[in-house]
Design a protein around this ligand. Structure first.
Ligand code: UT7
Length: 330
């Protein structure tokens, strides 16, 4: 008997507070016009810690929606994965705290760090566990509060990121057509310096004399990352198509990592995909890292931009560097 994974529910969780481009003008040398034309971002959501908005609370919102849409109970979950570079705490993991909050007593759970690719990495791991027959149903979450990790004085990065979470429930199916058809994941640690958070962990813990709080923030070589993001997402997309002997024309809908509208437009143009066949929300949420793909998937599904039977290609690119693509049929 061969098993496959079918996505049966999705959800999202966003903070209430909206931060507009104009809000940055009071403390860094920037403008709404620059941010909109260079990135496509108009606003982003920022978690309010005082109101209890954290990586965990956003994960919970997304997870509960996904579980409800899937029509399962938390006890049906055998696995919970949270992809995040801004976990609630290192120990317990965000996934363990989520497991507690959901009452998902039959699930084992862990966090994974693959930067913006965290959701796709998690989806692929859950898919492997389901296909091997080890578990039946999994919850995969991409969740970030990047507002805690940006340098608010660095105008080239702080305007890019936002907070949010997205989630998907996958379950075992014997139908290989309505399933995750294939996934390709990639890493290149030799280019890790292009987008990094270098201090604050084992290489330079906070108690060391040379620890600098400003290095415990996101640092990025923007234009190098930009070019790699386009090239790698295009290559990964072509690979998953090849794996399935399909062409771009066979795919109904595309979801690219939401980092910059110009990256999305260049990926679409290079692959010959009309923008109407993609979901874009970078204007509203900025780059929410591991959360961008599941938030898009959820919004596109609930808006009927995608429907059961559609083939959807998702591609991602993240710091460290990591990237990948997956092709699913809903
Ligand atoms: O999720 C992981 C993936 N992340 C990404 O994919 C992000 C990829 N990179 C980008 O999106 C773009 O590289 C940025 C949006 C970060 C920057 O856009 P750019 O067109 O590559 O600009 P640039 O870095 O070449 O900078 C052009 C100018 C510079 O000024 P000078 O040196 O020409 O005088 C920057 O200092 O724009 C300046 N600049 C700004 N000006 C106003 C940089 N940030 C800002 C800002 N407001 N916020």
């Amino acid at each position: 008997m061969s098993y496959y994974s079918r996505i049966i529910g999705t959800g999202k969780g966003l903070p209430e507070t909206v931060m507009t481009n104009k809000d940055f003008e009071s403390f860094i040398d920037t403008s709404d016009e620059w941010i909109r034309t260079r990135t496509g971002i108009s606003e982003r959501r920022i978690a309010n810690y005082e109101k209890g908005e954290t990586t965990l609370s956003l994960s919970r919102l997304a997870a509960l929606q996904a579980i409800e849409k899937a029509g399962i109970s938390p006890q049906d979950l055998g696995l919970i994965i949270v992809g995040s570079v801004t976990p609630e705490s290192v120990m317990p993991t965000t996934a363990n705290s989520l497991q507690r909050d959901l009452g998902a007593v039959n699930a084992f759970s862990f966090d994974l760090q693959a930067a913006c690719s965290g959701f796709l990495y998690g989806l692929s791991i859950a898919d492997q566990y389901i296909r091997s027959g080890t578990i039946k149903t999994a919850l995969v979450v991409g969740a970030e509060t990047l507002s805690t990790l940006v340098n608010w004085q660095d105008r080239s990065t702080c305007i890019l990121f936002g907070d949010g979470a997205g989630a998907a429930v996958l379950t075992r199916s014997e139908d290989k057509t309505h399933a995750i058809l294939s996934t390709r994941l990639y890493s290149d640690g030799t280019r890790g310096d292009l987008l990094k958070v270098s201090h604050g962990y084992a290489a330079c813990p906070p108690w060391r004399a040379d620890y600098r709080p400003s290095e415990h923030k996101i640092q990025m070589q923007g234009s190098d990352i930009f070019k790699l993001a386009v090239r790698n997402m295009v290559e990964a997309s072509n690979k998953v198509l090849e794996d399935n002997q399909l062409t771009i024309k066979d795919v109904d809908f595309f979801i690219f990592h939401q980092a910059n509208i110009r990256i999305i437009e260049m990926c679409a143009k290079t692959l010959n995909v009309p923008l109407e066949k993609t979901w874009i929300n970078v204007d509203k949420y900025g780059n929410t890292s591991a959360a961008t793909l599941p938030i898009c998937l959820d919004e596109a599904w609930r808006a009927n931009a995608i429907k059961p039977g559609d083939k959807v290609l998702m591609a991602t690119f993240g710091g460290g560097i990591t990237w990948g693509a997956t092709l699913i049929q809903l």
